[in-house]
Design a protein around this ligand. Structure first.
Ligand SMILES: [Zn+2]
Length: 554
């Protein structure tokens, strides 16, 4: 009997140590059924903290309390614009390697300006407008969404959703099943291109016919709560807002404003939806419809849904960082995110999906407002600067047409002309650098030769190098002093610089496979894609320069 007991005890011990070994090595890897990427266009990190007290429990707070919050996450290149931002998030690399150096750039090989998502070889689908001729044809690197397609034998789906085409197309990558974006004007529909399909699926047609866009534009935009409770923003009426057709105070009668013409005789029409927080609500509606329509997250093979909230960017540009309108837009976005998470719980299942939330860039406080408070800030007149650069080169070489473009704070030389006149490119770049270094409000200037030969790091130089694509970028690159940008407008704000106000953005991971926690340790935007790859156990996007945020994942 005693022997039998000892024998059984021995068996139990062997058995339990086997289970333990299995847990460590053999446990079947279980990926989330769905990964949802949320990019909030122009969201500064401090929008999480500024409006914290007025956020509900089920939106931003739910993600932060149950997920992992990286409080010191930054862009690592310039210019900090929408297309490079979305592309860097999903490729895990900077414009140097993924090639999306701006929203629009000068292409020296075809001698014209191109738009990042423009593709004249494809046809619009779901619209009569040219706005449908879009694809990721300019994207040089693979995305984490591409890698998931490859890893799942193209069974895991990728669907991109945003009002802005570039914010839908770049995240969804080359191999997406679909990217949808919104065409406003007189149509007001989500559309796509023949790059993805020849006809809109029935669920998109039904959504477009549902009248949702009309319903949003048939109402007034009033503050969610009494304005007296909006203590974390400036007065509703200031001199620093561009507004909607000149209107800068609540309430906004959207129907009236959508029909009101500007001085060029153009009405917003459905384009008004981009400019108000309801554009984010419409995006949420469409994302939830996409989960149903495409059966996302309904089996064990991981799908990707990439969502970008574009309206935050338009409201930010029009009204500025400190406005009541931005304040209200984020309180409303919080509700949309809560609604999205609730939809994911119901449709995919709590604990079965993973979400991350970040932004494509942040924004500067309106320089005119900062100036009014005795802060060093302001503007450089873009026309004057451009004319001065041209005049300098012309005077020095006694020739016209030596420059072919000045865009995105880069100056492009006309190589053909320089060669024909035997002008040395490096000499001309150095001369222009010397000139621009003395120019008021320009902080630093770098030539192509410097950028390509130097091991650059630091606030400006390192970010210029990461944003510099040898084929697509210019010959001289400069950065303004902090809180300065090129504009003739004194209202509203913008983004694009190497400074913290443009680079510091939220990064929150939440859901399956994500630890609870927070850190103020520095992370970079290029870390997101390799972290997702590690979470899914799939190959990294091919040009990733980021690191795995190992503390975030199991
Ligand atoms: Zn913007």
């Amino acid at each position: 009997m005693r022997n039998l007991i000892l024998f059984m005890l021995g068996l139990t011990l062997i058995y339990s140590s086997k289970i333990e070994a299995q847990n460590q090595t053999d446990q079947p890897f279980s990926s989330p059924k769905l990964v949802v990427g949320i990019v909030v266009d122009q969201m500064r990190y401090d929008y999480l903290t500024r409006f914290w007290d007025q956020y509900g429990q089920d939106g931003f707070k739910r993600m932060i309390k149950d997920g992992y919050n990286l409080k010191n996450n930054h862009y690592n290149y310039v210019p900090t614009y929408t297309a490079p931002g979305h592309t860097s998030i999903y490729t895990g690399t900077s414009p140097r390697y993924h090639g999306i150096i701006a929203n629009n750039w000068y292409d020296r090989y075809v001698d014209q300006y191109i738009y990042c998502a423009d593709d004249q070889k494809v046809q619009p689908v779901g619209t009569r407008a040219e706005a449908g001729k879009m694809s990721p044809v300019q994207l040089l690197a693979s995305t984490v969404t591409d890698q998931n397609r490859i890893a799942t034998q193209f069974k895991g789906k990728t669907i991109g959703v945003a009002l802005k085409d570039r914010a839908s197309i770049m995240p969804a990558g080359h191999s997406a099943n679909a990217a949808y974006w919104f065409y406003g004007k007189d149509e007001g529909h989500f559309i796509t291109s023949s790059y993805y399909m020849d006809e809109l699926p029935q669920w998109v047609k039904s959504f477009n016919q549902s009248g949702k866009a009309d319903a949003y534009l048939n109402q007034k935009w009033e503050p969610l709560h009494p304005l007296s409770t909006y203590t974390q923003s400036g007065p509703d009426k200031t001199d620093y807002e561009g507004g909607l057709r000149g209107q800068t105070t609540f309430p906004y009668d959207l129907k009236k404003i959508s029909q009101k013409e500007n001085d060029k005789g153009e009405a917003y029409g459905y384009d008004l939806i981009f400019n108000v927080p309801f554009g984010n609500s419409l995006t949420t509606d469409f994302a939830l419809a996409a989960i149903d329509g495409e059966a996302l997250g309904q089996d064990e093979i991981t799908d990707f849904l990439t969502i970008s909230y574009s309206s935050t960017d338009y409201v930010g540009h029009n009204f500025g960082v400190n406005s009541k309108e931005v304040h209200d837009t984020y309180l409303r976005l919080d509700k949309d995110i809560a609604r999205l998470l609730k939809g994911l719980d119901e449709k995919v299942g709590k604990g079965s999906y993973t979400v991350f939330l970040t932004a494509d860039h942040a924004a500067v406080q309106v320089p005119a407002y900062l100036r009014s408070q005795k802060m060093e800030a302001g503007y450089v007149n873009p026309k004057t600067l451009n004319a001065d650069i041209k005049a300098f080169v012309q005077q020095k070489y006694q020739e016209e047409g030596l420059l072919s473009s000045h865009s995105n704070r880069q100056i492009f030389f006309n190589y053909k002309k320089l060669d024909s006149l035997d002008i040395n490119r490096r000499e001309m770049a150095n001369a222009l650098k010397d000139y621009l270094t003395t120019y008021p409000k320009i902080a630093q200037v770098y030539t192509r030769e410097m950028i390509e030969s130097g091991g650059f790091s630091g606030l400006i130089a390192g970010r210029i190098k990461n944003g510099f694509n040898p084929k697509r970028s210019g010959d001289v690159v400069y950065e303004f002093e902090p809180a300065y940008y090129a504009s003739s407008s004194r209202t509203g704000t913008t983004h694009g610089s190497a400074y913290k106000y443009d680079t510091h953005i939220p990064l929150i991971f939440y859901g399956k496979g994500i630890h609870k926690g927070e850190t103020t340790q520095a992370s970079e935007i290029v870390d997101i894609a390799p972290t997702l790859s590690a979470l899914l156990g799939i190959a990294f996007p091919n040009a990733t320069t980021g690191k795995v945020l190992y503390q975030v994942i199991d």
